[in-house]
Every structure is written in structure tokens, then in C-alpha cells.
Design a protein around this ligand. Structure first.
Ligand code: SAM
Ligand code: SF4
Length: 302
């Protein structure tokens, strides 16, 4: 596995609690990365030699602005391309957005602002417009990520990193609980492949505050505070992995068949079936189907 990007979940905490959120961001969530741990992660990224970019996301990374800024400074001075994903709550005006963003000039190559009808009442919020104006004035590349409502028609599903522009909602995390009733249901037998993640050669992984290296939300390949990232990469044999192996062979359908799991007739999408299967399998693979936060629980509640 050759990783080119690490996405750091700086915190699970958030100003919002969007219905679609696949990381269960919430003001009540716990878990934030310390500076010492950011340094440890950056060092691990350097050690494996293939990582080019570091993204800061969450939860809402601007909630811990001094840590975010220092992390960005250290990632940039270590030679990484740096990006971040935010809900833009801080951009209450253009003047204020300029103050938040000015310290990032020259350090950051991409800001993605999320704006849609999950994050607010308007598809493009005033905060997103303010952030875009300020970033453009400062010469920081910026784009808007917009996730479509259930049943919005033919919207391209995301593959890998979320694209700038509109993409379809994936029914995982909180979306698998809150939104599935609004979605068109499809026979479970049609979900014979993972349409969103490259499970064989993922390219990028998410790392949470407790060090879990996640190939998809709640599917962990290891913990880089216990095992080095290079060892986690070396040890990952996709076809033999208890979760990604079946997923590669036949998608969430194969996961259900392989482990003889209970299953409904229909699901909203592949992520919905996969999430339900992983939830049932947690007790069998507790070191893989973790952390608790990705299953809607607080730290150590699982
Ligand atoms: C988890 S948020 C974290 C950063 C920040 N709080 C934000 O909202 O931009 C990162 C991105 O994931 C998107 N996202 C969350 N849940 C999703 C889902 N179920 N399907 C598709 N995108 C999702 C959000 O809309 C956002 O653009
Ligand atoms: S999508 Fe972003 S803004 Fe919404 S709850 Fe999740 S982390 Fe927070």
C-alpha cells in the first residue's frame, strides 16, 4: 500500500450535528489530536516516504484553531502539500474571514468549504460566500463541497476524496441512521462492490485523534500510536483482510454471505448495507471495526 495522502481528523467535535455526517460530528463528541501526536503522525508520514499531502478535517478543525494553525505550519515546513475541510462557521463576514485565513497564506494549497442543505438552510451559505471572497483576496485556492439531498436524482457518487461541486450522499455513519427512510431502497443483492473506496490501493487514509488509521469510516487497518504507519502499510494484504477481503471479492453482499449475517430485503446504497454488516461484526473484529466514535458512540462507550 503506497499512501500519498493522510487526512487527519483533528477533532470529532463540531459546531453542527448534520444528519448526513459519516463521522458523527457533534458538539457532544469527544477526542482531539494533540500537537505532540500531530508531530508523531507527520514523522510517520515522512518515514514512509510516499505521502505528499496532509489534510486537516474533522469534526470541525477550526474549533481548535491554534492547534490547526500550528499543525499546518509544521506540515508545510516538513514539505507536505496542505489542505483543509471546514464547514466555514467562522466566516461571519469577509473582514472576519480574512483574519482567520491570513495566517494560512503561503502554507495551504487547498481549502474546501462544505455548504449544502445539511449544513444550513441555503445551498450556498453566506459564510461560504464570505470564505470564498476572503480566500480569493488572499490568493488561497478554495472550492465548495456540496452533498445532495436523498432522492436528488442523477448525482455522481464520490470516489476517494470528496470532489469540489455536488456529489451524492453516502448512507454511512449518521446518514445510515437518519436519512435512509428518505432514500429509494434497492435489493440488497445488487451491492456487489464498494463504489466509493479503492480498497486495494487506497492512496489516502483517515487518522483519528486516537491514532486509528481508517480506510473507510470505522474500518481501521491499525493504530499508529501502537504500530508504525510503514508497518501498517506493509502488513495490509487487501484480499486476506477479514473485512476488505470480502468487500473486494463481492462488495457488502459478500460480507453478509461470508459471515452469515442477518439482512433486510433492501438498502439505500452499498454503504448502508456495509454499515449494518460492520455494526453486527464489531464484536467479532473489535480491533478492526473501530473506533467507537465512528459507530455513533462516545469514546470507550462501545
Ligand atoms: C465530515 S466533514 C468534516 C469537515 C467539516 N466539518 C465540514 O463539514 O466540512 C467533511 C466532509 O464530509 C462530507 N460528508 C459527511 N458525511 C457525508 C456523507 N454521508 N456522504 C457524503 N459526504 C459526507 C461533509 O459534507 C463534508 O463536506
Ligand atoms: S458534516 Fe462537518 S459540519 Fe456537519 S456534523 Fe459532520 S463534521 Fe460537523
Amino acid at each position: 500500500m503506497k499512501l500519498s495522502g493522510l487526512h487527519l481528523l483533528l477533532t470529532y467535535q463540531c459546531t453542527l450535528e448534520c444528519d448526513h455526517c459519516f463521522v458523527w460530528g457533534s458538539p457532544r463528541q469527544t477526542g482531539t489530536i494533540t500537537l505532540q501526536n500531530i508531530r508523531h503522525i507527520l514523522q510517520q508520514a515522512k518515514d514512509i516516504g510516499t505521502v505528499k499531502s496532509i489534510y486537516f478535517e474533522g469534526g470541525e478543525p477550526f474549533l481548535y484553531y491554534p492547534i490547526l494553525l500550528k499543525g499546518i505550519q509544521e506540515a508545510a515546513s516538513a514539505g507536505f502539500e496542505v489542505g483543509l475541510v471546514t464547514n466555514g462557521y467562522w466566516a461571519i463576514g469577509v473582514e472576519e474571514a480574512l483574519e482567520w485565513l491570513r495566517p494560512l497564506v503561503g502554507l495551504i494549497g487547498d481549502i474546501s468549504i462544505s455548504s449544502d442543505l445539511y449544513h444550513g438552510t441555503e445551498k450556498i451559505s453566506q459564510e461560504a460566500k464570505n470564505a470564498v471572497s476572503a480566500a480569493q483576496e488572499l490568493g488561497i485556492p478554495i472550492g465548495i463541497i456540496c452533498v445532495a439531498q436523498p432522492g436528488a436524482g442523477a448525482i455522481t457518487p464520490a470516489f476517494g476524496q470528496l470532489p469540489i461541486g455536488e456529489s451524492a450522499v453516502m448512507y454511512r455513519g449518521r446518514a445510515a441512521e437518519k436519512l435512509v427512510s428518505k432514500a429509494k431502497q434497492n435489493s440488497w443483492e445488487q451491492f456487489t462492490a464498494c463504489p466509493h473506496e479503492d480498497l486495494r490501493e487506497p492512496g489516502r487514509v483517515h487518522i483519528d485523534p486516537r491514532g486509528y488509521v481508517q480506510i473507510c469510516q470505522g474500518i481501521s487497518l491499525g493504530n499508529l500510536f501502537r504500530t508504525s504507519l510503514s508497518e501498517i502499510c506493509r502488513n495490509y494484504v487487501p484480499d486476506e483482510h477479514p473485512i476488505t477481503g470480502p468487500l473486494l471479492q463481492g462488495g457488502p453482499v459478500e460480507l453478509v454471505r461470508r459471515y452469515e449475517l442477518p439482512c433486510e430485503e433492501s438498502y439505500a446504497d452499498a454503504c448502508h448495507l456495509c454499515s449494518e454488516a460492520c455494526r453486527v461484526l464489531r464484536s467479532r473484529f473489535p480491533d478492526i471495526l473501530t473506533p467507537d466514535q465512528m459507530y455513533g458512540l462516545k469514546e470507550d462507550q462501545g
